[in-house]
Ligand binder design. Structure first.
Ligand code: PNS
Length: 164
């Protein structure tokens, strides 16, 4: 049986923290579907879903056992649709725990066959998030250590467009 997992998120934009989790997961599981959620608790996205999808694809071109998809509706429905029963989420700091714990249990209530598994990224990335990266970059700070160079280019381009 193929071990296929879903790694969902907003990825606005993908960071080295996400990439670290994906690389680790790609060595453990047979296939990873990276799911960009349309329905999210966030509203102000910098990149559109299609832009996020191509940014992810460009930064992960060296990994073969992955696929990037955009989904709407419930994550549990998407996981089933993908013939998977495992959700991968990254845990960075303790403050992530409560939100992740609530989501994992709600998802299990929605579908008892689906299990959420948590992975920790390299400690170099435990303090970063896409939101923090966008904030620092928009204020002129360096985020070179946290996103691939092709993402950095697109990030600065987008921030410049938005500031006009
Ligand atoms: O990267 P994020 O923003 O922390 O990811 C949150 C995400 C996309 C995993 C969550 O918002 C989600 O699962 N959205 C899909 C809709 C859904 O199923 N919501 C109920 C979750 S219990």
């Amino acid at each position: 049986m193929m071990n296929k997992v879903v790694y969902p998120g907003s990825f606005d934009p993908i960071t080295y923290g996400h990439i670290d989790i994906i690389k680790r997961a790609s060595k453990i599981f047979d296939y990873i579907v990276i799911g960009i959620a349309k329905d999210n608790n966030k509203t102000n996205f910098l990149f559109s879903e299609t832009e996020r999808k191509s940014l992810i694809k460009n930064s992960l071109s060296s990994i073969e056992n992955i696929e990037v998809k955009i989904f709407d509706g419930l994550l549990t429905d998407f996981v089933k649709q993908e013939n998977s029963n495992i959700i991968i989420r990254g845990l960075r700091v303790l403050s992530d725990f409560e939100y992740e714990f609530r989501m994992a249990l709600m998802n299990r209530k929605l579908d008892d066959e689906i299990t959420t598994m948590f992975m920790m990224p390299n400690e170099k990335y435990t303090h970063i998030s896409s939101s923090l990266i966008k904030e620092v970059a928009s204020l002129g700070g360096s985020v070179d250590d946290y996103v691939p160079s092709e993402i950095l280019v697109e990030l600065n381009k987008k921030l410049n467009e938005n500031s006009k």
